[in-house]
Design a protein around this ligand. Structure first.
Ligand code: ARG
Length: 453
């Protein structure tokens, strides 16, 4: 039985039913649907639509239904069009005719928007927690590797030495922004549509402020037409999810590179790598590749959602039923990837000697220019001289630190202390201003990060 069959004599075509039903995915909103209904019953009782006995029967029935959902004993029927129908149908079985009063002054339009927002309020903290899990791992591995040096890259070309801790922490901060965004999104989720009816508002004098409080929202939606229509929060969630996915992709791309034989900076543990069905020697970083790949899927979910919203007039349109699957999919994807990445990074073996061997003396050319600057030479001139030394060394086929004193003097105003410039740790230590890669500076970063997790 649908909630709307009164006006009809015929039955919906079987395939059309499958297209129309949302139960396969909105049953995930079961707990929220029951909570919303308990709050609504309270509102109806206060305005006298429900007697005390009816209110008690409805509340008890809904609590029993909640119990059935949590015990996984709730029996859905094929005729349940959506989660709202299923709950109301079951309530009727449990308490009889009084169940028919629950939907007074309410529509599935304000109901589903409420359920979905409740679901998001419940689940945003879980996603944030999963992000914190990865951040915690990054900080822990950074703490263990505060003096391990590696090349820092720009354009994927060797640029300047950095510490592994600094590199790991770079990913901490992008995740921190993701958490900020999720926290900020909460304010726009916590606006209550319930009591807005189908579109024009409810004709019963419901205390929506009280409803707001009882459901843990911040304020009631101020315009009923907007309230049943607004899925900004779903689109915003998908943006936050995609941005997070892009950050995980960036981290994953580097993990894929750094675990190749060519880089060899890290080796993945067996628990987080996979093999090849053909090539016995292979140890593949599939999990990082999947994380990189899923960022593309997340972006598709976001653009799909925006494309759906773009064509709609205001108030409720059935297109809006398409809001839930992408949000659930994005949530499930991220809450699966995050602990896997954390586990993989936590258990990888760092190869400090490989990282150090990848630092060549040309990566200290900036330090060479800075050295001349400290002797009073303008940076532009110093840059040109250091650049020339790199060219001369390349032409001679030697590394920069192997040029002779005569060669240095032919290039520019270098003195015998020029050779002091080729210790990568000294280069790293000099970058001691806030945000720089020096161990002291990174230590401060780590401490600040720890205060945030
Ligand atoms: N299953 C619907 C959805 O997810 C519930 C709202 C249905 N409203 C309606 N007027 N048909 O959006």
């Amino acid at each position: 039985m649908t909630l709307w069959s009164g006006r009809f004599t015929g039955k919906l075509d079987a395939v059309a039913w499958l297209l129309n039903t949302s139960l396969p995915f909105d049953q995930r909103l079961a707990a929220q649907d029951v909570r919303g209904s308990i709050a609504w019953a309270g509102g109806l009782f206060k305005v006298g639509v429900l007697s005390e006995t009816e209110h008690a029967a409805i509340t008890n029935g809904l609590n029993q239904i909640a119990e059935e959902f949590s015990q996984n004993t709730f029996a859905f029927q094929e005729s349940d069009e959506d989660i709202h129908t299923a709950v109301e149908r079951r309530l009727g079985e449990l308490i009889g005719a009084a169940a028919g009063k629950l939907h007074t002054g309410r529509s599935r339009n304000d109901q589903v928007a409420t359920d979905f927002r409740l679901w998001m309020l419940d689940n945003l903290p879980l996603l944030a927690e999963a992000v914190t899990g990865l951040q915690t791992t990054l900080v822990a591995v950074a703490e263990r590797n505060q003096t391990a040096l590696m090349p820092g890259y720009t354009h994927l070309q060797r640029a300047q030495p950095v510490t592994l801790a600094h590199w790991l922490m770079s990913h901490f901060w992008s995740l921190e922004r993701d958490k900020d965004r999720l926290a900020d999104l909460r304010d726009r989720v916590a606006i209550l549509p319930l009591g807005c009816g189908a579109l024009a508002g409810t004709a019963f004098d419901i205390d929506r402020e009280a409803l707001t409080l009882s459901l843990g929202f911040d304020s009631p939606a101020q315009n009923s037409l907007d309230a049943v229509s607004d899925r900004d929060f779903a689109a915003e969630f998908l943006f936050c999810a995609t941005m997070l996915g892009v950050h995980l992709s960036k981290l994953s791309e580097q993990m894929v590179l750094f675990t190749t034989a060519e880089f060899g900076f890290f080796e993945l543990s067996d628990a987080y790598s996979t093999g090849s069905s053909l090539m016995p020697q292979k140890k593949n970083p599939d999990l990082f590749e999947l994380s990189r790949g899923k960022a593309g899927t997340l972006l598709g979910l976001l653009t799909g959602m925006l494309a759906t919203l773009k064509g709609l007039p205001s108030t409720y349109d059935k297109d809006l039923q398409e809001d839930k699957v992408p949000v659930f999919q994005a949530f499930d994807t991220l809450t699966m990837i995050l602990p896997v990445l954390a586990g993989a990074i936590e258990t990888m073996t760092v190869k400090p000697e490989k990282m150090l061997a990848a630092i060549d003396s040309a990566m200290l050319a900036t330090d060479l220019a800075d050295y001349l600057v400290r002797k009073g030479i303008p940076f532009r001139e110093a840059h040109a001289a250091a650049g020339k030394s790199v060219r001369v060394a390349a032409e001679k086929g030697v590394s920069l630190d192997k040029l002779s004193m005569d060669e240095w003097q032919a290039i520019g105003r270098f003195e015998s202390d020029v050779y002091n410039n080729f210790d990568p740790m000294e280069s790293v230590k000099r970058r001691n201003a806030t945000g720089g890669t020096s161990p002291d500076s990174v230590k401060k970063q780590i401490n600040l990060a720890k205060s945030k997790i």
